[in-house]
Unconditional design. Sequence first.
Length: 299
Amino acid sequence: MELRNNTLKFLVFGDLHYDEVTDGDRRIEEILANSGNRDLDFVVSLGDLCNPVRENHKVLERFKSLGVPFFSVIGNHETDNCTLSEILDFYSLKTPYYSVVCGEYKLIFLNTCYLRSAGKEEIFYKKNFKNENVTYPIVSAEEIRWLQEEMKDDKKCIIFSHHSFINDFPKRGVYNREEIRKLFADRRVLLCLNGHDHGDSYSFADGIPYVTVNSANYAWLGSRIASSKELMDKYSYLHGMVQYKQAMSAYVEIDDREIRITGMDTEYLSVTPDDIGLPDYMWNGVSIRPRISSHLIRL
């Protein structure tokens, strides 16, 4: 893919969960509108976009209407009802992890939807990660070998994944994240972006910025609500979702000098974390304020 003006420009969002809400089409249009008149090279979904079934090809077509490449990583909810081959077919992918060269940059799209059970690695399918004695999520040994080969050239790498490589909260971040981070630290990795946590987070490890991009749709507080009969009686209609008023996405620009991430702020649609007893607005190790933070990172 050719790069214009030596600056990488893209729109990124995560966790749309198109099928789980009643206003999925409106939220797609809001994400598209956020591209505005910006000069985009591509658009990225960080997973959990929609059920990867034939009737949802319309979702892909809407994003492709921007006239630039649309890339996606596999989220855990894409695997709820579909096999890996069905997911790959939906996204027109040959492999579940892949890379794209864009000028002096290499975009690396990882698949973190693997588990380890009885010493064997398996792909997520029908929530098998909830079985007993399972370690998840992981990056498979085969994928790690592939990643090592991909990072041997002199390209500047941007890493996209569904699960975080920095979140230490149980069952949220990639289980073998320290191994992966060491690999990143030895290479020219400029930025790591992930979804999944339905929150806003930014941190550094070994000089590499790790950004968790908030959900395009809602904060997930299902287990919090389910933990209290009072909350269940009052908020069961939310189905665990504390929705944002507006779909969120971020605009990213990368050049030789800096990384500029332009986020956005919105509001809750109705119920807030305060109502559910989370006055610190933290859940699963991330901030669940209705925001994608903006950042300026000097290189």
